[in-house]
Design a protein around this ligand. Structure first.
Ligand code: SF4
Length: 257
């Protein structure tokens, strides 16, 4: 692991420990749990949509096997909402866009970054491309609520540019924690940015699509981004071929064409 990435991972871990009530570490490496009430996180929170959800998660008092506060998506979401690691994105965002869907989904759709509509609503894939993704999901015989949808970065890049490699790296810890909690069987990468992010490759989407890849125990399928399909409708046939590969492997009925 490179030193910058290691620093970010440690920073995220310490923040996580802090929200779990760890107040300090001793030279021997043991940890101390704060006895005071958890600090309120409501300041700095711009979206205002998830504070009560996170508070509910914290108030459940669930602990893991080490006696630490149990990690939940609500806790990660709250940390994301306060994250200031990417200066340019923080300066331009209306709110963070964490992810949406079934927290126990077998299938995760992994996109690039929030756009204008997503930044406004705080929900991924709600613009024109998002509506097309919904149609693709429904064509598979599923609903949006059956799957989980997230992006490589949680904040909108200005002018809808691609998220920079360092921004994706900054956000990777959040992504990894989301995926660890959701624990999907399948991940469908939408477009080149998430495909390269997850597969750690420089290959083009044209080379990556059409087969299932194996990454960290997930079956990963790469296909074109719905925004690309809006500009190039003829590519829809390739996406449908890719979805059929997923459907067959997932045991979903594939309609005869
Ligand atoms: Fe933080 Fe991710 Fe937003 Fe960057 S994109 S500021 S790492 S939440």
């Amino acid at each position: 692991m490179q030193s910058d990435q290691l620093k970010r991972t440690i920073t995220q871990f310490l923040r996580s420990a802090q929200s779990a009530g760890v107040s300090s570490t001793s030279p021997s490496g043991s940890i101390e749990i704060a006895s005071a009430e958890p600090e309120s996180h409501s300041n700095n929170h711009e979206s205002g949509s998830d504070t009560s959800q996170a508070a509910t998660a914290e108030s459940t008092g669930e602990k893991d096997e080490h006696g630490m506060g149990k990690e939940t998506l609500a806790i990660v979401e709250q940390e994301v909402s306060q994250c200031t690691l990417c200066d340019e994105l923080v300066a331009n965002r209306t709110q963070t866009v964490f992810g949406v869907g079934n927290p126990n989904a077998d299938l995760v759709f992994f996109g690039e970054a929030p756009g204008r509509d997503e930044d406004k609503q705080g929900i991924p894939f709600v613009g024109r491309a998002g509506q097309l993704l919904t149609k693709i999901i429904e064509a598979m015989g599923l609903q949006r609520d059956d799957v989980y949808i997230l992006n490589t970065v949680k904040c909108r890049p200005p002018d809808n540019r691609n998220p920079l490699p360092e921004e994706q790296e900054n956000c990777k810890g959040f992504l990894n924690r989301q995926l660890a909690l959701i624990s999907p069987k399948y991940i469908c990468c939408l477009g080149s940015v998430p495909s390269k992010n997850l597969l750690e490759t420089k290959e083009t989407i044209g080379k990556l699509r059409g087969v299932l890849h194996e990454v960290n125990g997930w079956k990963v399928l790469c296909t074109y981004h719905p925004a690309y399909l809006l500009r190039n409708p003829s590519a829809k046939q390739f996406v449908w071929e890719d979805m059929q590969i997923l459907m067959k492997d997932m045991g979903l009925p594939v309609p005869k064409t």
